[in-house]
Design a protein around this ligand. Structure first.
Ligand code: CA
Length: 226
């Protein structure tokens, strides 16, 4: 899952980016309104964390332009001003939630996860299920055939992507950009190593294998034909 942070305070931007990365998200940071808007309109994001007071154009304007251009991903507003008027204005313009600075990172992370789940209603709820493999987004829990499986944050992000798009061949370049925030480099085997580790946890102890390699094409997670 990819998140856009638009925040002009470098310390806050870095702190958010690092925290979100540790939680398994890929995050881009823009430090002014125009750069942020440009990214919002040209890249694919699942959510934006948007500061109100920004150089260039402010958070209101960024949000208005994003929505006008049809970008519908959820937006969490960050502001130092705890004014009722601001909240109303933000929500009227199409913000999805509001957080007043200073905030605890755990609070931000909880809001982000709630918004992402809400944003995915219809295509996926908080539970993803493929055969006897289940992923619970709310509890960050993986079960296979009733047995609990522990994953790292990156492994969880990788599995979440593969389960959301199960039955689809995922090229390494797509996995690299969605899970690692890197451009595909044919010399790197980061993805292959991560998939191998994930397989060891998800598939090794079970007769039915869900993750397959398609040579030269990528990886696929799917339930085998009965
Ligand atoms: Ca600011």
């Amino acid at each position: 899952m990819k998140i856009l942070i638009i925040e002009d305070e470098p310390k806050t931007g870095k702190y958010l980016r690092r925290g979100l990365a540790e939680a398994g998200f890929v995050a881009d940071v823009a430090t002014d309104g125009r750069d942020g808007l440009h990214l919002a309109l040209t890249e694919n994001y699942d959510l934006a964390v948007l500061d109100v007071m920004l150089p260039g154009i402010d958070g209101w304007e960024v949000l208005r332009e994003m929505r006008r251009a049809g970008r519908q991903f959820p937006v969490l507003f960050l502001t130092a001003r705890d004014q009722v008027d601001d909240r109303v204005k933000g929500l009227e313009l199409g913000a999805d939630d509001y957080l007043v600075k200073p905030f605890a990172f755990s609070e931000l992370l909880a809001r982000v996860r709630t918004l992402l789940r809400r944003g995915n209603v219809g295509q996926a709820s908080e539970n993803l299920k493929v055969a006897d493999l289940e992923l619970n987004l709310l509890r960050r829990r993986i079960m296979r055939a009733g047995k609990r499986i522990n994953l790292t944050a990156k492994e969880f992000a990788l599995l979440e992507l593969m389960m959301r798009r199960h039955g689809e061949v995922l090229p390494r370049s797509l996995i690299a950009s969605q899970v690692w925030d890197m451009n595909f480099d044919s010399d790197t085997n980061v993805i292959d190593v991560a998939v191998r580790r994930l397989r060891a946890k998800i598939d090794d102890d079970f007769d039915i294998k869900l993750i397959r390699t398609l040579r030269g094409m990528g990886y696929i997670l799917e339930a085998p034909e009965p």
